[in-house]
Ligand binder design. Structure first.
Ligand SMILES: Cc1cc2nc3c(=O)[nH]c(=O)nc-3n(C[C@H](O)[C@H](O)[C@H](O)COP(=O)(O)OP(=O)(O)OC[C@H]3O[C@@H](n4cnc5c(N)ncnc54)[C@H](O)[C@@H]3O)c2cc1C
Length: 383
């Protein structure tokens, strides 16, 4: 819709095709129904791609401030929640209505629901065999998103069309997704389901780390910190988790210990949810903390601050917020999102191998890549 409105407002004739009967389902369900529509701290470093520099031009060409201006011009009230994340005060439906209004202003025509059986290149563009008949166009923009959450209509259409046109695809994988463990390995932690703490999470030996909330679940770990690191995690890798990211914790506890009449578990419960302290310390937690040797306290803190665990997998694409991987950016022009060597064919949004962090980054990429492509289409009309 961002691409269609941009091209349409510049005078291009645009038809938008979608196989869904309900418009923009992913926006509707986003941000818990309030759409985390951008993040004021967007930088290229917040995106994962085989070519991390690819997204720079597009992101610089349409910034969070540009989208905020659009939101404000439609009278949508919003608030900043956490670390630059902007949400609608009321409902994500407002963002959908805004985009629809922009498309209406640009005289965009719709075919919806309409499924596309095949795409063929012709002498002067493309021919689409669709459920409403054959449609022809000079330029074809594929913005059908990634494969995450097929329950709301996500498909691998973009990846299939890319392959048809000889465009490489980086293996798609679930990202921003809960991580799971072998049930036997997880058994001691399964009864912590529902416990949430702040943790510092990294892939073992990896550079990227996140200090965010983490949630224990029946099958593994979830919460914002785990969703963030899941995008960097690959099968077989371990995670290094600091379950109490505080400096000088061992010294603090050793100082607390002398003369402490309390059980170790009671002391640890000052720092942690009680359930976690009980589970982690087990029987040793019932002993008076004063009886613990300094060495034992240091060993406990080392264990807590460098917890190494190896997930057996992720919760998969049905539970993932986005797909990582996708159309190889090497095949695309970084200003227009056009396929190099195929005049008139474009891919944008989540279908492309540019994956944002949790927190409004993926929508900003979708808006910015849509605008970049829409501008390129307008320029092509003039040229
Ligand atoms: C639960 C959930 C919550 C999220 N919350 C946020 C958030 O708060 N902030 C954020 O930045 N990101 C969020 N995301 C990610 C964000 O929704 C996506 O990255 C973004 O929608 C991608 O935009 P897109 O235009 O590329 O694709 P989409 O929004 O997925 O749009 C693709 C469109 O193409 C249509 N389509 C698909 N296949 C076909 C086909 N074969 N034929 C015809 N039409 C087709 C679909 O019906 C859809 O309308 C969330 C994702 C999920 C699943």
């Amino acid at each position: 819709m961002m691409c269609a409105a941009t091209a349409g407002l510049a005078g291009r004739e645009v038809m938008l095709i979608d196989h869904a009967s309900k418009l923009a389902e992913k926006i509707r369900i986003s941000g818990g129904g309030r759409c985390n529509f951008t993040n004021v701290n967007v930088t290229p470093e917040n995106f994962i791609s085989a070519n991390p520099k690819f997204c720079r031009t597009v992101l610089a060409g349409y910034t969070p401030q540009d989208f905020i201006k659009l939101v404000n011009s439609h009278g949508i009230s919003w608030h900043e929640k956490h670390r630059g994340q902007l949400f609608c005060d009321d409902s994500s439906e407002q963002i959908i209505a805004m985009l629809k209004r922009e498309c209406d202003r640009a005289n965009v025509r719709w075919r919806m629901p309409c499924s596309v059986q095949s795409v063929k290149q012709t002498a002067d563009g493309f021919e689409l065999d669709t459920s409403v008949g054959v449609l022809c166009c000079r330029d074809l923009v594929i913005a059908t998103g990634g494969t995450a959450v097929p329950q709301v209509g996500a498909t691998d259409f973009a990846l299939r069309i890319a392959q048809q046109f000889g465009v490489d695809v980086i293996d798609p994988r679930p990202a921003l997704v809960p991580l799971q463990f072998d049930p036997k390995v997880w058994q001691p932690f399964a009864n912590l389901a529902g416990v949430a703490i702040e943790a510092e999470i990294a892939v073992a030996n990896g550079r990227q780390r996140f200090v965010e909330d983490m949630l224990f679940t029946h099958r593994g770990l979830s919460g914002p910190g785990i969703l963030q690191i899941s995008s960097y995690w690959r099968a077989g890798q371990s995670l290094a988790i600091n379950l109490l990211p505080m400096r000088g914790l061992a010294e603090q506890l050793i100082a607390l210990k002398s003369g402490a009449k309390q059980q170790a578990v009671t002391v640890m419960a000052k720092f942690w949810p009680k359930r976690l302290a009980e589970q982690w310390l087990g029987e040793a937690g019932q002993r008076k903390f004063a009886e613990w040797s300094d060495k034992a306290v240091r060993a406990l803190i080392e264990q807590i601050q460098n917890w190494q665990v190896t997930p057996s997998g992720s919760a998969g694409l049905r539970k993932a917020e986005v797909m990582a991987g996708g159309i190889d950016t090497d095949a695309l022009d970084q200003r227009t999102l056009g396929v190099k060597g195929i005049r008139g064919l474009y891919f944008l949004g989540e279908a492309v191998d540019v994956t944002g962090w949790l927190g409004g980054y993926n929508f900003q990429w979708a808006w910015a890549s849509g605008v970049a492509c829409g501008r390129a289409l307008s320029a092509r009309a003039r040229g």
